[in-house]
Ligand binder design. Structure first.
Ligand code: CU
Ligand code: ZN
Length: 197
């Protein structure tokens, strides 16, 4: 009887110790998990992207296009040089491949919903339809607008696709705006949001 009581006390003590230890381990583990989860969430959300545009073939077209997540969409800011004066078709094409001199490997306009070609602010357009970028007499062009369709994740994501600059203006005719040869190409990549370019 006496030894049974002692063993009961010993078992209870062990059980209590086990509970205390497991509580310590649990709170320690959750204490470590909480701070680790916060930075992981912000680092996976893409808020900025950049495309460095390179010349295709004999062209001199170069520059960059910066995409920044803003209220109501994504702001597009482009600065290009080496263009002939006037308007040039300016689109996101399906594939981020600028390896061929004619830029054909970038595919057609990025059009995940199978819609008709259109103006950038039209109801019906390809997601990649940015309209035209207009160069001055010095061959320099800038472009700035907020786009409501493009995103950095999901079916409308432009990450890993290409910006194509054309020799001729996009006249918004079907099927792709008749903008002629491809003179500039760049792949859209994830940018460091801390960079101020
Ligand atoms: Cu195009
Ligand atoms: Zn289009």
């Amino acid at each position: 009887m006496r030894s049974q009581t002692w063993s009961l006390i010993a078992v209870s003590g062990l059980a209590l110790a086990a509970i205390v230890v497991s509580n310590l381990v649990t709170s320690d583990a959750s204490g470590q998990a909480a701070p680790a989860a916060a930075p992981a969430k912000t680092s996976t959300e893409i808020t900025k992207a950049i495309c460095v545009v390179h010349p295709l073939g004999d062209s001199k077209v170069a520059g960059k296009v910066v995409f920044t997540k803003v209220d109501g969409g994504v702001e597009i800011v482009a600065e290009l040089s080496g263009l002939t004066p006037g308007e040039h078709g300016f689109h996101v094409h399906e594939f981020g491949d600028c390896s061929m001199a004619d830029g054909k490997c970038a595919g057609g306009h990025f059009n995940p919903e199978g819609k008709d070609h259109g103006k950038p602010d039209a109801e019906v357009r390809h997601v990649g339809d940015f309209g035209n970028i207009k160069a001055g007499a010095d061959g320099k062009a800038s472009y700035k607008r907020v786009d409501k369709l493009i995103t950095f994740s999901g079916p409308h994501s432009i990450i890993g696709r290409a910006i194509i600059v054309h020799a001729a203006p996009d006249d918004f005719s079907q099927p792709v705006g008749n903008a002629g040869a491809r003179v500039g190409c760049g792949v859209i990549g994830i940018a460091d949001p801390k960079m101020t370019h």
